[in-house]
Ligand binder design. Sequence first.
Ligand code: SAH
Length: 231
Amino acid sequence: MRIDILSAVPELLDSFLNHSILQRAQKNGTAQIIVHDLHDFAENKHRRIDDYPYGGTSGMVMTLQPVEKAITQLTKERHYDEIIFPTPDAPTYRQSIANTLSTLENIIILCGHYKGIDQRIRNHFITREISIGDYVLTGGELAAAIITDSIIRLLPGAISDETSALTDSFQDNLLSPPVYTRPADYHGWKVPEILLSGNHKDIDEWNMQQALKKTKQIRPDLLSNDDAVIE
Ligand code: SAH
């Protein structure tokens, strides 16, 4: 899978993309993630990518030209399944969307900055808008990082135990059951007996009960959620 990220501050993504699972996924060919500096596409002397908003409101707005040039150049080179704009005024991100995105070949994520981006970019290029939650960040890089991370970890080859991603919270509309590791007894804090029993059928059942109990307590809304696993 290939992800192209368009950003006004590409350095913000450096450390995130070049460590741990995302680094490994790129090294072993599972994913290709390319960050582009929007300033490189600006056709003006000072490589500016923002301007004052019409209507006299405060703040600055990202201009059309550099974004159009970047997207046009990329889409000439290959087909993109989605051109995504992370923005707070959009439907909220969820696991089922990550599942869907992880099945795609090529995507572009456009990071907004300042007050946001000229609406005409959204109207003419963007195929999906995603909010990562009801709060406002300074730029789209963190949102792009979150979207990228949630997709890449689902790709076969990205995490060593491939079934692990499928047993995480939100798959099946349940929160994950509690997990334990050695030692079985630490200062008298004991791991639940059943997990030491070696009886996989009983352990699966216990895990399911724990997941249900936790979901009922913390996120009962998930249980009445009949959304598909992909959307
Ligand atoms: N004026 C906008 C906020 C702009 S914040 C508004 O009130 O809706 C600047 C940029 O940060 C946005 O264009 C977007 O790309 C990113 N961003 C901020 N909060 C976000 C969120 N909750 N989800 C996704 N992207 C977000």
